[in-house]
Design a protein around this ligand. Sequence first.
Ligand SMILES: [Zn+2]
Length: 414
Amino acid sequence: MKRRTFIKLVSLGAVAGTGFYFYPDEGILNPCMDTALPKRLLEHDVVKQAWEGIDAALYRDVHTHLIGTGDSNSGIYLHPSMQDVLSPLQYVRYKFYMNAGCADNAEGIDQAYVNTLKRLMNDFPNGAKSMLLAFEFHHNADGLRVKEKSPFYTPNTYAQTVAETNSGLFDWVASIHPYRQDAVSALESAIQHGAKAVKWLPPVMGMDPLSEKCDPFYVAMAKYKMPLITHAGDEHAFDNVDAQHKGNPLRLRRALDHGVRVIVAHCASEGTGVDLDKGENGPQVSNFELFARMMDEKKYEKLLFGEISAITQLNRVGPALQAVLTREDWQPRLLNGSDYPLPGVMPLFSTQEMHLLGYLQRDAVEPLEEIRRYNPMLYDFILKRHLHWQGKKFSSSIFESKNFFDENKKIMIG
Ligand SMILES: [Zn+2]
C-alpha cells in the first residue's frame, strides 16, 4: 500500500520542488537486485580498469548516510512528516531514500538498510571501507535540541555500533552540534570511541560556522586533529530549510582560521551565496566560486579540502565537475564520497547523459548502467574513475583517503 501511494505521488508530479531533477532513463525506482554483483560484471574491464592504480586497503568513501526509522531501537528519529502522505514532498523524498537503500518494503527497516550497505561493500575488494555518518538534531541558538526542525537523527552510538560490528567494511563519523553545552566532551568521547571525523549540515542542523559560539569546539577539533566534513552550498534534504545562507562556504573561514581541517562536501557545488569577503551586503556569487577562491588561498593549503560526492548528479554537472577534473593542483586535496543512498535514487543520475555531455566513453555506458542496478555505491566509484574532461581524470589519491583520517590517532586523551 505504501509503495503504491509513493508511486502515485511520483506520477502526480509531486517530486517537483523536492530538489530532485529527473532523468528517468535508468528508471524511477531502484530495482534492488538483491545479490552480489555477478562475476561477469565484477571481472568486466570497466571494473578492473577502475581499480588499477588504487590500493583498496586505503579506499574510503567519506560520505555514506546511515538512515532508518528507529524500528530496531537504534535511536534513529524520523520527523513525522517523513512518513506522512499529507506532507507529500517530505514523504516522497524519504521514500526515495529508503528505496535507494532497498529498505522500503522491509519488515525491519533499520536492519534492512544496514544489510544492503553490507551487501554493497562486499562487492568492493578487501580493505575498502565506507564511513557511516551519524546525524545530529537541529539545535537552537541556546544549544538546545529542536525535534520539530530535525528531519532525522542518527545517534553517534548507532553509527559506532554498526561500524564496530562490521569493522572490515565501515568506519564511522560523529555528528555533534557545536552549541551543545557538552559539545567538547561529546567530541572527546567520540574520538575515544573511534570516530574518524565530525559531520555537519549547517542549514538543517542550525549551526552557523561563522559564529563565535563554535570557537571552543574548533579549538578542540584542531587540538585533536579531527577533520570536519561539512555540507556547503544549497541543501534540499528538508522542506523547512530557512537557512541556506549557513551553507555559504565563506562562513567556514572561522573553522579554518582556528586550524581545523575542513572537508567541504560536494565542493559547495550548488546555489549562490553572499560574497562575505566584500561585506554582509556583498554580491551573490556561486558557492563553488567562493569555495574555489578559498582553495586558492595559500594559508588554507593544508586545511581546506573538497569532497566530490553528488558533483556527478545531473543537476550539478557543469563548471564544478569540469574544474575538479582539470585542476591538477587540487587533486591531492580532494576526497571521494558517494553521498549514498543518493546514487541509488535512480532519476538523479544518467550514465547515458554523461556520455552525451562528453564526460564518458560510449563503451562504458552499458556496463555502468547494469552495475548500478546491483550496486549503486560501486557504480558511483566506477563512474568517477572513468570520467574525463579535456583529457584529464580524477587522480587515484582521491579514493585513497584512509591515512588522512588516521592522523587523529596519534592524539591521546587524558
Ligand atoms: Zn549527504
